[in-house]
Design a protein around this ligand. Structure first.
Ligand code: SF4
Ligand code: SF4
Length: 492
């Protein structure tokens, strides 16, 4: 703990604030229903995706989504990426980052409030906690109570359920890197490797700690996103706002001359980060909208218009505030405030810029995917010796030629070397075709390596270094792949 001391014997101020435990209350409403739907969809996808099978033919893994670290492949349904194609992942990450910027500029912290894993798992853990220990008041009472058999039972049941969910989460993560049925069986029967158990334990522990214990502290203190999302927001972005122009001055239901806020505290009690949205925009607000539901419930009961807390643009908030300045609480004030609002401007420089970049990245990725080579040829020239002068005066260079075949078919290709007049090409351990050209074959979904000798005749006009192009011709005679190198010879 740190302290600021004033000169002399003055008071000291702690820089450390003790955490106030948050006890969010259950709430129902439209936003809550949407959040449940998103939660079920995202968790369903996360837990079930590794179990979906996808037939890729014999010898290939049949898991639809798999990061195969051993064979260095990434499988996503019909797409199979090799390590040298990792730029596709970079493209996907760039696309997701720009999409997040675009969503934030349009709808504020939609990601944080609805789809961020920290939010989703914390929501699930809170639901379990509520199910076992009861709603806000019951949990607060339980925490104040001295330890008893009942309290131990309820707390133990809650933590056991959290650990079970965390273990399922850690286990599901492992499945993305291993065959799901096999690794599940291995984990359950004690046959998995230490690495698997290590990562399983790590992800189980982090899920349990982050969603069970740290919760809103992650969003407030650990996550960098709230710090720089301000750069994506403007006064046309939708954010959760309290319409103070309508709610203030707040006061009890029967009080005279007060606004629509009856100061019931419902919006604070449902907030998962424990803040009061009536204090204005705050870094701690994750934009989950649960206070919108809570306040709407109150307004409904009071037979007042809903939307005292709403997803609103700051421009509209300012316009309503200006239009109602000096007006006492009344239906006329409400009408004036609502009439000043305008639909959010979706098309503005920053959203256009994000849309343009998103389109460009999507088109580039799609083009790269559609035009990606399924056969690549690479050539490595021997460095020692650089060349060999043959007994007849000819010159020979040696190369290692590699064929990367990304399909499951086996093909034979004729290998040609162009650029050296009259040069002969021979490949060790390779047959030749009817025209005497060496035939190199591929391996399904793998690399083949061939040792190639190129010999220039004695009379060939050779410089110390000249370009040479290796070309593969398919069975139909069409060029399938090519690669360049150099052919070295003694100086004049
Ligand atoms: S203030 Fe409202 S929107 Fe913000 S975190 Fe709390 S409940 Fe969610
Ligand atoms: S829920 Fe609505 S009425 Fe109750 S305190 Fe919050 S803003 Fe005021």
């Amino acid at each position: 703990m740190s302290h600021i001391g004033t000169a002399g014997s003055g008071p000291t101020e702690s820089l450390y604030a003790t955490r106030q435990k948050v006890y969010p209350r259950a709430v129902s409403g439209r936003v809550r229903r949407i959040k449940w739907a998103v939660l079920v969809l995202l968790l369903g996808l996360y837990y079930l995706l590794p179990w979906i099978r996808w037939d890729r033919g014999p010898g290939a893994p049949d898991q639809a989504v798999l990061v195969d670290m051993v064979h260095r492949r990434l499988y996503f349904f019909w797409i199979e990426l090799w390590p040298q194609e990792v730029y596709f992942l970079t493209g996907i990450l760039v696309f997701c980052a720009i999409a997040l910027f675009a969503v934030t500029s349009l709808a504020g912290r939609l990601w944080c409030g609805f789809a961020c894993p920290q939010t989703v798992w914390t929501d699930l853990f809170m639901w379990v906690e509520r199910l076992i220990q009861g709603d806000r008041n019951a949990r607060m009472k339980l925490d104040r109570e001295p330890w008893s058999a009942r309290k131990v039972k309820l707390k133990a049941a809650t933590h056991a359920a959290w650990v079970a969910i965390a273990a399922a989460t850690g286990g599901a993560w492992i499945m993305y890197f291993n065959d799901a049925p096999t690794v599940t069986w291995q984990i359950l029967t004690g046959q998995a490797s230490l690495t698997v158990y290590g990562f399983f334990g790590l992800f189980t522990l982090t899920t349990y700690l982050l969603a069970g214990w740290a919760r809103e502290q992650v969003c407030t203190y650990m996550c960098p996103w709230p710090r720089f999302q301000g750069a994506m927001l403007d006064d046309q972005s939708l954010v959760v706002t309290y319409r103070a122009w309508r709610g203030e001055p707040r006061g009890k239901l029967k009080a005279e001359g007060v606004g629509d806020c009856v100061d019931c505290g419902a919006c604070v009690h449902v907030c998962p980060t424990g803040i009061d949205i009536r204090d204005g925009q705050q870094l701690e607000c994750i934009g989950c909208g649960l206070c919108v539901d809570a306040c709407n419930e109150v307004m409904r009961k009071l037979d007042r218009p809903q939307g005292l807390i709403a997803f609103e643009t700051l421009a509209n908030l300012a316009a309503s505030t200006a239009a109602t300045r000096g007006m006492p609480p009344s239906p006329a004030r409400f009408e004036a405030g609502m009439a000043a609002r305008r639909p959010p401007r979706l098309i503005r420089p920053r959203t256009l810029m994000y849309a343009g970049v998103l389109t460009a990245v999507a088109v580039a990725m799609l083009a790269a995917l559609l035009l990606r080579d399924t056969l690549t040829l690479s050539v490595l020239r021997d460095r020692a010796p650089l060349y060999v002068v043959l007994s007849d005066g000819g010159v020979r260079n040696a190369y290692t030629v590699k064929l990367a075949n990304k399909t499951r078919q086996v093909e034979a290709y004729a290998l040609l070397a162009e650029g050296i007049p009259g040069a002969a090409v021979s490949v060790q351990n390779a047959p030749v075709d009817a025209e005497g050209r060496p035939l190199v074959t591929t391996r399904p979904d793998g690399l083949t390596e061939w040792r190639v000798l190129v010999s220039a005749p004695p009379a060939a006009p050779l410089r110390p270094s000249q370009p040479i192009t290796f070309r593969l011709l398919g069975p139909d005679g069409r060029p399938a792949a090519s690669a360049s190198s150099v052919f070295l010879a003694p100086g004049p």
